[in-house]
Write a protein that binds this ligand. Sequence first.
Ligand code: GLC
Length: 559
Amino acid sequence: MTDAVLAAGVPVLGSDDAAWWRQAVVYQVYPRSFADSNGDGLGDIRGVTDKADYLAGLGVDAVWLSPFYPSALADGGYDVDDYRNVDPRLGTLDDFDDMVAALHERGIKVIVDIVPNHSSDRHEMFRAALAAGKGSPERDRYIFRDGLGENGERPPADWASIFGGPAWEPVGDGQWYFHHFATEQPDFNWDNPDVHAEFLHTLRFWSDRGVDGFRIDVAHGLSKDLPAVLPSQAELDAMDTTDGRHPLWDRDAVHEIYREWRRVFDEYDPPRIAVAEAWVATPERRAKYATPDGLGQAFNFDLLEADFDAAQFRHIVTDNLAQSAATGSSSTWVLSNHDVVRHATRYGLPPRRGSLAKQGSAWILAGAPADQIDLARGSRQALAASLFLLGLPGSAYLYQGEELGLHEVGDIKAEDRQDPAFFRGADPERDGLGRDGCRVPLPWTGTGSSFGFGAAGAHIPQPDWFAGYAVDVEDADPASSLNTYRRALALRHELQTGESLEWRETGRDDVLRFVRPNGWQVVTNFGTEPFALAEGEAPVLGELVDGAVPAETTVWLRG
Ligand code: GLC
């Protein structure tokens, strides 16, 4: 197709409340590291409520909360003990209701994280499975297999978990259970109707409390088809992941689950929304998660995986707008989240792939490359990429702290780390340092205990340089990253228009320029030489130097 006009004809945001998600700016809160209201070192639900004005002032349309449920924190809360409660260390259901009310009063929607691929090993269903024994209906809710060898002393297969180490765990009676992630995260058996019922109950529980939508964790993993004789890891690795028939990933059958969920979402007015975390092989496979009778939207991580490079960015935008138009969904754009190295740091690293490790879906820092990071270049490119992203049609997902231009914390001591990806990875040089570096509690003030995060310090130590990125410090500087994000989000609201764009040729390979239906234009200079605009062109966001867009900078122009 020509990439001149993309995705034309799809609705404009705001014409219908049910379509609020289509071009929303969604801000991801990692609750334990956002704000600590009671001074126990862990961020909490009241912390979010206390910062409702900050979120409103930033101009976001929705907040997505990573898991806040009771959890032993074997995987930062993605090991859920009880899907319908709040971790007592983070508050109560009443606190949750207060937070929803505070955000709703300010016009901010609430999205919660649903983790349906696995529970924690402390979930009552898993405890019951262990207690009930082999062959029981309780065990059938998870994936148990007899071990090999005379007494089942060998694992049923040699599979590796995504965080490293084996994916099968013995339970002492000759049986083993399967876990894609940490040992404490047994995978559910989605062929079992009790599992379906559990999650329909959970979706209604949060929807009834006023939650507006759901982020679906590992959405491409739920459906599994394990033959009687299990393939080896090498055989699994060699199998096609694009035909919908892989035994473990992105099976076509998974969409039946989401059609069932859609019927629940549509019981509500406006319908509850969902966005799939689905790390699948192609944009075509991803689009299957974003259909109107399924989850409706799916994360597109292509920009997050790209270099700061004009050709890559253009290609990704063109492809994804075409895909989302084909399903009737809207595209999603992400540069940072709680699983990857913050984009300011990624862009500051020398040859990207050399200093990052890929672990499952996550790009994480390998080795200790702090001395190799060009912080200034990373910060400059990150802001340019963010402002490019915020001008695109579709939803923008921001990760807490990126509005501050925050960098990854690379030098966390092993004893202060929490991520199972770090501990299960055999070799930090190869397997990376894990994901704690983007989960360090936010700096709210330039001075004081844990930079204003909370009275008792931070559960992952903050470096001294966090002071320079603190909210109150950036607040006072009109040119700060925070104030630039605020201006961008306010303007985005004002300029928002139909979900399409048209590329304008710039005569330079390293400069992209696109125009939205109402004339709103975005110009990003990915290169190191200034890019001159036409006489009289004056940006509404970003500054020219001598009539030109400086190196590694984005500007917006009004139509
Ligand atoms: C998703 C989450 C990640 C978590 C994993 C297992 O990829 O984003 O943080 O570790 O699922 O639940």
